[in-house]
Design a protein around this ligand. Structure first.
Ligand code: SF4
Ligand code: SF4
Length: 284
């Protein structure tokens, strides 16, 4: 019987490794109570060093895996959601306080092995799943939305490409506030401004919910991280917000706001999109 985690066909555009950033969400990268940049970097550093020291001896890699799992398991948020210790830095950031130039990915990928061997059966999934799983945004995002999402850098990239609702709402906001299409020429012109937008929304948002069980517009609970949608962060408030604005605010895990905070959050969001539109309007 086919494994439902393995996609039936390979997508035309694979989201996992973008030009400027990469993702390892389905390898459990986000399944930790502490997802701060510092904690994530420290975790990735430990894994990368441990795998490098053992590479490519399978017995030593298995021992490194077991040691990493022992160390990380107490920090895992949802026990029933697999975390693979072989997701690490496939390209290390020059500066550990930043990750715009870093790239996370599979340290066991056969492209890294001297003989092309596939050692992913050492990990937490069968290697057929590692090689053949492509998450739902591969089907849900249209080509222009993929272009938009792939402007994100570093680790923020993974949070953008795995949230099709956020990408679609930002795409809609750029069209509405720009009074016209936001085409590939504009995406190219505004690449740096878009990267700054994603970072402002997902890494520097001052109204983010501090509850670690909050993922985008959902809160998860139980060992298997069963998700439940939440009332909007502006529910019950008399605020003048477009549908895309409400969607973005909730997708970036905004906590419940007061009326004053909602006005400030909306002004911040609109200002961030206007900075992108200004950059896109400038001929390169
Ligand atoms: S969550 Fe999706 S984009 Fe991210 S690594 Fe997995 S399949 Fe690729
Ligand atoms: S071995 Fe599989 S689960 Fe582990 S990091 Fe690689 S692709 Fe992800």
């Amino acid at each position: 019987m086919p494994d439902s985690r393995v996609s039936e066909r390979t997508p035309l555009r694979i989201l996992c490794q973008g030009e400027r950033g990469s993702c390892a969400a389905c390898c459990g990268l986000s399944n930790f109570a502490d997802r701060s940049r510092a904690a994530t970097h420290a975790r990735l550093r430990r894994r990368t060093d441990a795998v490098r020291a053992a590479w490519p001896d399978t017995a030593e890699l298995a021992a490194a895996r077991d040691a990493l799992l022992r160390e990380e398991t107490p920090q895992v948020l949802f026990a029933g959601v697999k975390v693979c210790p072989f997701a690490g830095w496939v390209e290390e950031p020059a500066d550990d306080d930043d990750d715009d130039d870093g790239r996370v990915g599979c340290l066991l990928h056969p492209s890294r092995h001297p003989d092309g061997a596939d050692l992913r059966d050492l990990a937490v999934y069968p290697r057929a799943v590692c090689a053949g799983h492509f998450c739902a945004p591969h089907d849900w995002l249209r080509p222009h939305e993929v272009d938009l999402a792939q402007t994100a850098h570093g680790l923020v990239y993974g949070r953008v490409v795995t949230d099709a609702g956020l990408v679609k709402a930002v795409a809609r906001g750029l069209v509405e506030r720009g009074n016209g299409p936001f085409d590939d020429v504009k995406v190219a012109r505004a690449g740096d401004a878009l990267a700054a937008l994603w970072r402002a929304l997902l890494d520097e948002w001052p109204y983010a919910d501090p509850d670690p069980r909050r993922f985008g517009g959902f809160v998860c609970s139980g060992d298997n991280a069963v998700d439940r949608s939440l009332p909007s962060c502006v529910a019950g408030l008399d605020v003048d917000a477009a549908r895309w604005e409400r969607t973005v605010l909730d997708a970036i895990a905004t906590r419940p706001l007061t009326a004053t905070e909602a006005d400030a959050a909306l002004a911040r969001l609109r200002g961030a999109l206007d900075a992108v539109l200004a950059a896109a309007g400038r001929p390169g």
